[in-house]
Design a binder for this molecule. Structure first.
Ligand SMILES: C[S@@+](CC[C@H](N)C(=O)[O-])C[C@H]1O[C@@H](n2cnc3c(N)ncnc32)[C@H](O)[C@@H]1O
Length: 515
């Protein structure tokens, strides 16, 4: 899943979700006029130009990175609205059409430093607006590459994402206003730091510089959980006294490679995963004691051994050295077990909104059999289980399926079955057996679904498909397929799960055309 991703506590009432009806015209009109919807239901007015608290407004006030008249498409490729050259945004297209190039000379020059091969140029250093008191400033914005939109105000970020989704999907149905966050900072419940050392041999931790394996030191990150960043800083500070060397990718010498922290937004439980190059951790007990003394809030510590020359963070082997080896957190009223390797949405506040919205769109009566395809640890299906007769979950990752089954037992949910299968193949089998399914929830990875899956959906012919997507490009492709095969798109709602980054989640309601 893309990108990184917390201000949370906006549980949406499930009862309200069950009673969802398409919005009345007046409501729709109100939204059209007013602009961007926030987690708590507030509307961000375009005219009033309300800035989400603490987001810098340098875009509006300072022309250095102004993107007026210019959009970013799904690949952060510049699309110049003022230009007559519709191909401006095409990657590496600069020399193909001289006329158009000449025509766009002014705009091209204006944009020359902003985009390299169509991607935002990290060397084009945005200047900060020193007069904005609320501005929060990321010192590594030009190097990290994780936050492609952090240099513009939150309002502008939402507008950009809205336009991206509209550009790709408005041909299917009206794209409703994007649901943004009240506080788009420090939302990521999962934080990863790579460890290295500086030229003097001092330990550093942070992120890889965009496109390289050079580590840029990061003390704190505007989108990461603050406690997690604090714990990472403590670990870094303890290394010298415990004579723990950080791992060097070139020499393959040293012990500590990465630290991964996961925090339960509601539960407050904290898991620290120390990724080591060797299972031998000489000062393990004393290190654990010292870390817990400084951070008694840590609920579990896991050693993960990754001795491969790989860019993957986690290795196969794990050893729990403190606590239960996983954390639990609640999501839409259900408890979920989160292990070091399980997929779990990184922005809990927006996930609750997204999942409740998805269930609301399905308009469930309590009698349905539903499929939760690409179900991960079973979140959507288990949350929907109170509103349906039967849930069938399918997921490729065996660890996630194990967690999903444990989560069903943990929540005392009996009307669910989880299968460890490829979703397409599983659906094909269901279609062959002529199974009856009323609603399919699908939440595939960025690559989207595949033809076997979509074809089987069309054969199974559920009344409704609720598609949750983290990539509007593959979503568009898959919607085209469904629309050609007796389905129509009814609702499209973008949800900002990843503020500061270019990524956007979208939930879509698709219904079977009546014959
Ligand atoms: C975007 S995640 C969604 C997980 C879950 N719905 C959630 O929100 O937590 C996509 C999931 O699809 C799974 N996956 C990827 N390819 C798959 C396939 N071919 N068949 C079934 N599951 C697959 C991944 O392991 C991952 O858990």
């Amino acid at each position: 899943m893309p990108g990184k991703s917390e201000d949370r506590k906006n549980q949406v009432d499930n009862k309200q979700a069950r009673n969802d009806k398409p919005q009345k015209d007046a409501d729709v009109q109100k939204e059209k006029i007013s602009g961007y919807k926030f987690s708590n239901g507030n509307i961000l007015s375009n005219k009033q130009g309300i800035q989400a608290k603490n987001w810098n407004s340098r875009t509006e006030k300072n022309n250095h990175i102004k993107i007026e008249g210019e959009n970013l498409d799904h690949n952060q490729v510049g699309i110049n609205k003022n230009s007559k050259n519709k191909n401006f945004h095409k990657k590496n297209d600069n020399n193909k059409n001289d006329n158009n190039n000449n025509h766009n000379k002014k705009n091209d020059n204006k944009n020359k430093n902003k985009y390299v091969n169509g991607k935002r140029n990290l060397n084009d250093k945005p200047k900060l607006n020193k007069t904005d008191k609320n501005q929060q400033n990321c010192p590594v914005i030009n190097k990290c590459g994780g936050c492609q939109l952090l240099h513009v105000s939150y309002e502008q970020q939402l507008k950009t994402k809205q336009k991206q989704v509209e550009g790709l999907l408005s041909k299917f149905a009206r794209v409703e206003p994007i649901i943004g966050m009240n506080n788009p900072y420090h939302y990521r419940n999962k934080v990863h730091a790579v460890f290295d050392h500086d030229r003097k041999g001092n330990p550093i931790s942070g992120v890889y510089e965009a496109g390289t394996h050079r580590v840029i030191p990061v003390e704190s990150c505007l989108i990461e959980d603050e406690k997690a960043d604090e714990i990472i800083g403590t670990i870094r500070g303890m290394l010298k006294s415990f004579k723990i060397k950080t791992y060097d990718e070139d020499t393959e010498f040293g012990l500590l490679r990465h630290v991964l922290i996961r925090k339960g937004y509601h539960s407050g439980e904290i898991m620290v995963v120390l990724v080591l190059s060797s299972p031998v951790f000489p000062s393990k007990n004393n290190f654990t004691k010292a870390l817990l003394k400084q951070h008694p809030e840590i609920t579990t510590i896991v050693l993960n051994v990754n001795n491969k020359k790989t860019s993957m963070v986690l290795g196969e082997k794990e050893q729990v050295i403190y606590g239960k080896g996983f954390i639990e957190d609640s999501l839409c009223g259900k408890i979920f077990r989160i292990s070091p390797k399980s997929f779990y949405q990184v922005n809990t506040v927006q996930t609750e909104i997204l999942y409740n919205k998805a269930i609301q769109l399905a308009g469930l009566s309590g009698k349905e059999t539903i499929v939760d395809a690409y179900c991960g640890i079973g979140t959507i299906g288990l949350i929907a289980s109170d509103h349906v007769n039967k849930v069938i979950g399918v997921e490729l990752n065996p660890d996630a399926v194990k967690d999903a089954k444990t989560n069903a037992i943990r929540n005392n949910i009996k009307n669910v079955d989880f299968y460890n299968k490829d979703a397409g193949e599983f659906m094909r089998q269901m279609a062959v057996q002529n199974e009856c399914v009323e609603v399919v929830f699908m939440d595939p990875p960025r690559a989207g679904s595949d033809e076997v899956f979509l074809n089987s959906v069309c054969t199974l012919a559920p009344q409704k498909v609720v598609y949750i997507s983290c990539n509007p490009v593959t979503l568009e492709r898959d919607l085209k397929y469904l629309v050609k095969n007796k389905y129509e798109v009814k609702r499209i709602i973008p949800v900002d799960m990843f503020p500061g980054t270019e990524h956007v989640e979208t939930v879509v309601l698709i219904t079977r055309v009546k014959e």
